[in-house]
Design a protein around this ligand. Structure first.
Ligand code: NDP
Length: 329
């Protein structure tokens, strides 16, 4: 089969199609014939070695890239009784989706309703589940809450804005350009801030009458985290969940005290997708919202699998305006 593999950590140029051995499902596993793979920032971290020492996301070399996919069950391994060949499925957090076939632990799969396309399913499993756990679990937004969402025109950002609005929150979104501000607004953001030009912490105080937000969702990391902490109201929560601008090396505890006894967390999606029930619960909420017309997964572009390197360049080069997927079949 064809797959996008790397032999060493490095830049996007290493991503090319190669021949790989067809995987076969072991006990508790399912072989999925992929229709499309989702492209995510975690793929960039895995390709470049950011997670080389992570216990949660292991990155053994050589490695097939891709942590999200949708397609058809081709075969099941020993002991798998809840899936049969031909079922429409999607998943995330299992390696190797930039390929024609992938072996996935059965408990990670969710059924995809007929009304949801494979592209939409692949767009929602990782970024959608992330937006879902951030807005429903890590900080369950309530009507009247104010939240700050960085990179509001990005993949996670656009879904998070929509879910936050469905929960009745006021959304302040930061974005890198005026064009992206229009996108965040179209998704429902109440306020947008051009954070490369303006002091976003000052603007957040201004639009919240000096109080700050109940929760800051920070995926940008190094460039924004200190101001994100200072944008949160007394005893509010700052959630650092990404490193698009670089990894945050450390936070001084006193910084949290001085910002108003702010709480701080740095979650992994895997800890909020801990078992089959949690994974299926989030996916069925997201798919139902799509079917009801309340959530738009915003597919920016479907590129052929052979163009994986181009997809990574777009993601790293701040060119995404929604979800990139790789069409496999
Ligand atoms: P995005 O589509 O959001 O792309 C990243 C965006 O970050 C860019 O478009 C850009 O938006 C902004 N950005 C700011 N500074 C930089 C920089 N120096 N280089 C590149 N981009 C920058 O990506 P995803 O939706 O795929 O992922 C968003 C984040 O969420 C990632 O950091 C990812 O790691 C994280 N994540 C975390 C998870 C978790 O559970 N912890 C799970 C899933 C994703 P702009 O131009 O508007 O500034």
């Amino acid at each position: 089969m064809k797959a996008v593999q790397i032999a060493a950590f490095g830049g996007a140029e290493a991503l090319g199609l190669s021949d790989a051995d067809m995987p076969s499902p072991g006990p508790g596993e399912v072989l999925v014939r992929l229709a499309c793979a989702g492209v995510n920032f975690i793929d960039v971290y895995m390709r470049s070695g950011v997670y080389a020492r992570s216990d949660t996301y292991k990155t053994p070399l050589p490695m097939t890239i891709g942590m999200e996919g949708a397609g058809i069950v081709e075969a099941v391994g020993e002991g798998v009784h809840d899936w049969t060949p031909g079922a429409r499925v999607a998943y995330c957090l299992s390696r190797g989706s930039y390929a024609e076939y992938a072996v996935v632990p059965a408990w990670r799969l969710v059924p995809v309703p007929d009304a949801v396309s494979f592209e939409q399913a692949a767009a929602l499993m990782l970024q959608g589940s992330t937006a879902h756990y951030l807005s429903h679990s890590a900080y369950p937004l309530q009507p009247g809450d104010a939240c700050l969402i960085h990179a509001g025109a990005g993949g996670v950002g656009q879904i998070l804005i929509q879910l936050a609005k469905l929960r009745g929150a006021t959304v302040i979104a930061t974005v890198g350009s005026a064009e992206k501000a229009a996108i965040a607004k179209a998704r429902g953001a109440d306020h947008t801030i051009l954070y490369r030009e303006e002091d976003f912490a000052a603007r957040v105080r201004e639009v919240t009458d000096g109080a700050g937000v109940h929760v800051a969702y920070d995926s940008v990391g190094k460039d924004t985290i200190h101001k994100s902490i200072r944008s949160v109201r007394r005893r509010g929560l700052c959630i650092l969940f990404g490193a698009s601008s670089g990894v945050v090396p450390s936070i001084e505890p006193i910084e949290l005290a001085e910002a108003g006894s702010v709480f701080f967390t740095r979650p992994h999606l895997a800890d909020y997708m801990a078992d089959a029930g949690e994974i299926r619960g989030r996916a069925s909420d997201l798919f139902a919202a799509v079917e009801a017309g309340r959530l738009d997964p915003v597919i920016q572009q479907a590129l052929p699998l052979k163009d994986a390197a181009e997809a990574h360049r777009m993601l790293e080069g701040r060119q995404t305006r929604g979800k990139l997927v790789l069409a496999v079949a």
